[in-house]
Design a protein around this ligand. Structure first.
Ligand SMILES: Cc1cc2nc3c(=O)[nH]c(=O)nc-3n(C[C@H](O)[C@H](O)[C@H](O)COP(=O)(O)O)c2cc1C
Length: 184
């Protein structure tokens, strides 16, 4: 698969870190783009992000990457974590950064775009922007951990969200807790 991961300045760097550790960058082509604020929040929450070998890293001010053009065929883009600012800019179609242009391309090409927002509470603008991106074809997968899997570490709790992202990407995920399937 050809995958774009985009990190923005919402809380939840752990979701990106766990997702990166669950995608094999030797088997898949994985690009990782950071917004300016993503780096700041990652530093605050994790210190350093551990980027697996093979993942191609990009800043948010380049158009010299293949996935900002519809002519390059990619499978899926995940914005994780997704700030409400980025979600709103995707909704309005500004397209003036690498992440925003890539999201715009995925929507126009009817490719899978998964947004993982983290904000609470929402204002009406957030809610309207979520509706707009869903109407345009995005999958909105809020960073809302579930508690029925009996997670006893923060990492395991974060994985309840990451498991849903992997399911939406369409990657095999044998370790996911599945209600009434996991033999527990
Ligand atoms: C420590 C920290 C945590 C933040 N958490 C969130 C958040 O959970 N959700 C959100 O929408 N914005 C959050 N923000 C604000 C965004 O970083 C800010 O709106 C920024 O402009 C987003 O820009 P970007 O979308 O280009 O990354 C946070 C900022 C900081 C410094």
């Amino acid at each position: 698969m050809k995958i774009v991961l985009a990190a923005t300045g919402a809380s939840g760097a752990i979701y990106l870190q766990r997702l990166l550790s669950r995608i094999d960058a030797k088997e898949h082509e994985v690009h990782l783009v950071f917004s300016g604020y993503a780096k700041q929040v990652i530093r605050e929450e994790l210190g350093d992000l551990d980027v697996p070998e093979g993942v191609k890293e990009h800043g948010d001010k380049t158009m010299n990457v293949p996935f900002v053009s519809g002519s390059a065929r990619f499978d899926v883009m995940v914005v994780v974590p997704c700030s409400m600012g980025t979600l709103g800019r995707i909704a309005s179609g500004t397209s003036d950064s690498t992440i925003l242009r890539a999201a715009d391309v995925f929507l126009k090409e009817r490719r899978k775009l998964i947004l993982v927002p983290r904000e609470t509470p929402w204002n009406l603008i957030h809610a309207r922007n979520v509706v707009a991106v869903m109407e345009a074809g995005a999958i909105v997968l809020p960073a809302s951990p579930s508690f029925y899997a009996g997670s006893n570490t923060i990492e395991a709790l974060a994985d309840t969200v990451v498991d849903r992202i992997l399911d939406q990407i369409g990657l095999p995920n044998l370790s996911a807790f599945r209600w009434k399937e996991s033999g527990e």
